[in-house]
Design a protein around this ligand. Structure first.
Ligand code: COA
Ligand code: ZN
Length: 309
């Protein structure tokens, strides 16, 4: 008899709304509004948050206040919620180090086309820069995010060999964590599992984080597939906000509240207070006018519709 796959007892959910979510909002969100939303999200039980990114303000104007946002975050949450700052280059690393982020998240794509669109560098140039960043990180930890690990908005399906290339270099450089990103959110569960199988075969139980977008509505299905394969760390964005401005067609991330709801319903502990996330998301919508794209925050049923498992 075929049974439901066994799932991890708990998962880590990393809140990326303040970076991936906000970067996709065209109109500048005032710094104090960002900080107010971040404070609410930080109080939901989340352990790690990607707070901002140190990137060129010409590329992403929304992140121009990175230093201020990180300073406010550290003043309130240091030691309680781990802070992450995304960086695309050495200059970004300098910003993240000066701001004393707990982690830097260096982004490099598996596909040449997206890496060029996103960072104006070849993959090799970005990898060489990542190695330099690894050398100057001090006590700040280094995560490497492999963007377009499954599909590229320009080149289509990405050969897993290209993902292995980036992961190998990240591990050789001594990265403290690695994230595999479905940047454009077009992977289906079977396709995702094929790449993850190649990853598992090569790196065993290494605790990768997965970053899933919901463009085709398959982010939760992809999460479940990965959970069944033993992956237990996921990025998510409150309200389902998000999308890389240099990945045409990408929709938002898997919503934190939808992920937490599914996981907790199945007995997988997240440590996150779902009602607090929902309250924060409703406020993002009603007080700050942000466009929400999550199932749970959109249904009138709220949590009453959940089946007892
Ligand atoms: N933070 C702030 N400013 C930066 C910066 C950083 N990390 N990196 C470069 N800059 C500034 C430079 O000082 C320069 O400013 P100037 O024109 O006033 O002299 C300008 O940006 C261009 O610098 P350059 O090194 O030539 O960068 P670029 O134009 O080749 O752009 C990136 C490359 C990586 C900086 C830019 O494409 C970028 O920030 N991309 C962000 C990608 C991203 O966040 N994507 C979404 C998440 S995956
Ligand atoms: Zn993303």
């Amino acid at each position: 008899m075929k049974t439901f796959p066994s799932l991890p007892k708990s998962v880590e959910i990393v809140e990326v709304c303040p970076r991936d979510g906000f970067q996709s909002v065209k109109e500048f969100i005032p710094t104090e509004t960002k900080i107010a939303i971040i404070d609410e999200l930080a109080g939901t039980g989340i352990k790690t948050m990607e707070v901002t990114s140190f990137v060129s303000p010409k590329a992403i104007p929304q992140m121009a206040d990175a230093a201020e946002v990180m300073a406010a975050f550290r003043a309130k949450w240091k030691g309680r919620v781990t802070s992450v700052a995304l960086i695309p280059n050495l200059r970004g690393a300098e910003g993240a180090l000066a701001a004393e982020a707990d982690w830097m998240n260096f982004v490099v794509s598996a596909s040449e086309d997206h890496n060029m669109a996103n960072t104006k560098r070849t993959v090799e140039e970005s990898l060489a820069e990542m190695e330099k960043v690894a050398g100057l990180r001090g006590s700040t930890k280094l995560r490497v995010s492999v963007a377009t690990a499954f599909a590229c908005p320009f080149a289509g399906p990405v050969d897993p060999g290209k993902v292995l290339r980036v992961v190998d270099r990240a591990l050789e450089a001594g990265a403290d964590g690695i994230t595999l990103a479905d940047t454009i959110g077009t992977a289906d569960p079977k396709y995702l599992a094929a790449t993850l199988s190649v990853i598992r075969e090569k790196y065993g139980d290494y605790p990768f984080t997965l970053h899933l977008h919901d463009t085709y509505g398959m982010a939760l299905a992809n999460m479940l597939t990965a959970l069944g394969m033993g992956f237990a760390s996921f990025d998510a964005a409150a309200g389902g906000l998000g999308g890389c401005p240099f990945a045409p067609g990408a929709a938002g991330n898997a919503a934190t509240e939808d992920m937490v709801n599914m996981a907790e319903q199945m007995g997988v502990d997240t440590g996150i207070d779902l009602l607090k996330v929902l309250a924060a998301v409703r406020k993002m919508q009603s007080a700050y006018g942000l466009k929400i794209a999550s199932h749970l925050a959109s249904t009138k049923k709220g949590l009453e519709g959940n089946c007892p498992s």
